[in-house]
Design a protein around this ligand. Structure first.
Ligand code: SAM
Ligand code: TMP
Ligand code: ZN
Length: 412
């Protein structure tokens, strides 16, 4: 029987066989919010994900070149959420009170974006370095006095830092490590730059939450890997490190904070063992679980499109809220464009006035949302629901209703 090349994909970490379980078809780079003049110039690829039958790492089967995703014009700004600002202030404070409480400490952050975490470290006068290739975001950090290198973190960069600045007591990375397909270079870099007793701490969307709640739109180009405790433990061991802790976080719809060290430095926390057992119960190593996930995702996309078509036929007005990278997966897969959704409202300056990738829906400000409420609003930033519902109370008070589509389409 003829085999498609992609069905024989091998795991980027352990070289095991990757079983593809979902294919969202031709998709643009999820953060390529284009100006009207440049509409159609987006980079497209086939968005499909699979699970490694050996180490259970969930991963994309096609890699988007990193410079197509992260460049001068990358529009994501971490500090757009008050909840996330508070979250990263607390992260920095915990480092300052913990592993950075020593003589001349040094912290390195991979994917420092607009300085949301390092701001607090800088204010405490602690030696730090952020690294982020997205110049627009990095500039915002630099303007606040944060030290940032506008490069991609990889082995060569890490060696240079170790030589010029010394090794780091903490290497931190949030919602970035999963974006980097070439993870072997990253681990060699961590090996070069992390102090012997240093901690490598990274946070990312958690596979357990994504599978349990069918958060299918967390699958997009930037999320090359979707980490679970089982797969991260195997990955750390594969590269000569040890996973010593895994703390579940509520942010971004469910995340996990992993702490990795050189082997034998610290006893492995009980909650790692507990999470491993829970992942077995959830079936995170079972391709059948992922096939069910994919079927639910397809239904949600079809239902969302059908609902928008019905509302349009009934003469109701609808807008989107939150021009998220996630929304690219659902909009492009369901084929939802400006005919069904005339605008998406978002607070990010760098996205306003642009068009959504692939589907070309105009992005407008939240003020424009408030000046003429639609009857319904699709919440694409569902991970910030509490913050947005509180901010947009007036919409509900004016009779507006929110449409959500994970785990399935519902109105509230
Ligand atoms: N840490 C922030 C947070 O959690 O909100 C930013 C997350 S943002 C989704 C990902 C960031 O990682 C972007 O600013 C991007 O430019 C950066 N990035 C991507 N690949 C990188 C790499 N190899 N080295 C350093 N930063 C990278
Ligand atoms: P994220 O889910 O990747 O963090 O992206 C959230 C998007 O939603 C980002 O473009 C900013 C936008 N947003 C608003 O427009 N208003 C808000 O109150 C919040 C929290 C986010
Ligand atoms: Zn594998």
């Amino acid at each position: 029987m003829a085999q498609r090349a992609d069905s024989a994909a091998t795991c980027r970490i352990c070289a095991g066989a990757v079983e593809e379980f979902v294919d969202f078809g031709r998709q643009p780079v999820s953060d390529s919010f284009v100006t009207p003049e440049r509409a159609g110039s987006e980079y497209f690829f086939r968005l499909a994900a699979g699970v490694c039958t050996a180490c259970s790492m969930v991963q994309l089967t096609e890699e988007v070149p990193r410079t197509e995703m992260f460049h001068d014009d990358y529009p994501y700004r971490s500090s757009g959420s008050e909840v996330m600002r508070r979250h990263f202030t607390a992260v920095a404070e915990s480092f300052l009170a913990g592993p950075l409480r020593k003589a001349d400490p040094f912290v390195l952050e991979i994917g420092s974006n607009d300085g949301i975490m390092l701001r607090t470290v800088k204010d405490a006068g602690v030696r730090h370095l952020g690294v982020d290739p997205s110049v627009g975001a990095a500039k915002i950090a630099a303007e606040q006095g944060i030290r940032v290198a506008t490069e991609f973190f990889e082995e060569d960069f890490a060696r240079r830092v170790a030589e010029e600045e010394g090794r780091a007591d903490v290497v931190f990375s949030a919602n970035t490590f999963s974006h980097i397909a070439y993870i072997d270079s990253i681990f060699r870099g961590i090996d070069a730059v992390l102090a012997d007793d240093g901690v490598f701490v990274f946070e990312d969307r958690y596979l357990g939450d994504i599978v349990r709640r069918t958060l299918f739109d967390q699958i997009y180009d930037e999320h090359y890997y979707i980490f679970g405790v089982t797969s991260v433990r195997a990955m750390a061991a594969h590269f000569g490190f040890e996973l010593v802790d895994a703390e579940h976080l509520d942010v971004h719809g469910g995340s996990m904070r992993y702490t990795v060290m050189r082997p034998g430095r610290r006893p492995v926390a009980e909650r790692v063992t507990a999470a491993l057992a829970e992942e077995r119960t959830l079936g995170l190593d079972d391709p059948a679980v992922y096939r069910r996930f994919a079927a639910t995702a397809r239904t949600a996309c079809a239902d969302l499109r059908a609902l928008l078509e019905r509302l349009k036929a009934e003469g109701r007005t609808v807008a989107g809220y939150g021009a998220t990278a996630k929304s690219s997966t659902v909009l492009n897969y369901a084929g939802i464009g400006p005919d069904l959704l005339p605008a998406v409202h978002d607070s990010t300056d760098a996205k306003q006035g642009r068009l959504t990738p692939g589907t070309h829906i105009p992005v407008r400000s939240p003020e424009e949302f408030r000046s003429a409420y639609p009857d319904y609003a699709v919440l694409f930033a569902w991970n910030h629901a509490a913050e947005i519902f509180a901010k947009e109370q007036g919409f509900r008070e004016a009779g507006g209703r929110w449409i959500l589509y994970v785990p399935g389409v519902h109105i509230r």
